[in-house]
Ligand binder design. Structure first.
Ligand code: GLU
Length: 273
């Protein structure tokens, strides 16, 4: 039977192509056809921010774009999804995102549920207080204070487990909510990574209102979270991260995103194979 060039053959080929696109990547892996979904923060200036006009900006966002490009996805093929601290593991496990780049510290507890590529950045837990506050200068001062952090973060966990177990700790959904509490004097301090706090302190509307305590209370190695056991993806992302450092992009991006806040970033950590 001669199929070539008959209308039926053309239709059959078109149908095949359609089916292949619909199935590509699978719906449970954060990719659908030729698009991928990537988790980022929406309310952390300098790292991951959704602007009022719907743009996504920040260091993590650009790291996500770089990695996606290395995986074969151009900018227009990326769908950004908000990944609040407490939801990151579930978003990955449910296949809602392909990977997450969201100030996501690598630790053993999380590694039981997800895998990490990286690290690609090193931050330290610190405190943000009101500019006129002189009562908090060391970690122990927190035990008599109202402190705000975010549910599901290492910042909150560290306070409860070791830093200041007696502090009155409020846990909210995002750091920007804590910032409002700090401004309104409902809390005395906001604690999370210095990289995040520096971004808030330097926002135009906050200038002169807050200061960082400068206490390096932990090491936070940021990794890219992905589905547990997906060694192929982890290997590809690690390769992309290594390239990002060696081709100078990492340095360019940290300067661009942390330069304006004056945040003194650490050198690029070594990616762990
Ligand atoms: N890096 C810390 C963490 O992964 C704090 C920042 C955050 O909550 O995203 O929990």
């Amino acid at each position: 039977m001669k199929l070539r060039n008959t209308p039926a053959a053309v239709a059959a080929v078109a149908l095949l192509a359609l089916t292949a696109t619909a199935c590509g990547g699978g719906s449970d892996s954060g990719s659908n056809g030729d698009k991928i979904t990537v988790g980022i923060k929406f309310d952390q200036p300098g790292l991951g921010l959704k602007t009022p006009d719907g743009k996504y900006v920040g260091f993590d966002v650009d790291v996500a774009r770089y990695v996606a490009k290395e995986l074969g996805y151009t900018e227009d093929k990326i769908n950004f999804k908000q990944a609040p601290s407490a939801e990151r593991e579930n978003l990955i496990k449910n296949g809602d995102v392909k990977f997450i780049v969201a100030s996501y510290s690598i630790n053993d507890k999380r590694k039981k549920e997800v895998d990490f590529a990286g690290p690609y950045f090193l931050a330290h837990q610190d405190l943000l207080v009101r500019a006129d506050d002189t009562s908090i200068t060391k970690v122990e001062d927190l035990n008599s204070k109202k402190l705000c952090s975010v549910t599901g973060s290492t910042s909150a966990q560290n306070v409860r487990d070791k830093l200041a177990p007696d502090a009155d700790l409020q846990q909210l959904g995002g750091y920007s909510e804590c910032l409002t509490g700090l401004q309104n004097k409902r809390v005395d301090a906001l604690t999370t990574d210095d990289s995040i706090l520096a971004g808030y302190a330097s926002q135009k509307e906050h200038q002169g209102k807050f200061k960082l305590a400068g206490l390096r209370m932990s090491d936070e190695n940021y990794g890219i979270g992905l589905k547990k056991g997906d060694d192929e993806l982890r290997g590809k992302i690690n390769k992309a991260l290594e390239k990002m450092v060696s081709d100078g992009t990492w340095e360019k991006l940290v300067k661009e995103h942390f330069g304006p806040s004056g945040y003194k970033y650490e050198p690029a950590p070594k990616v762990q194979g």
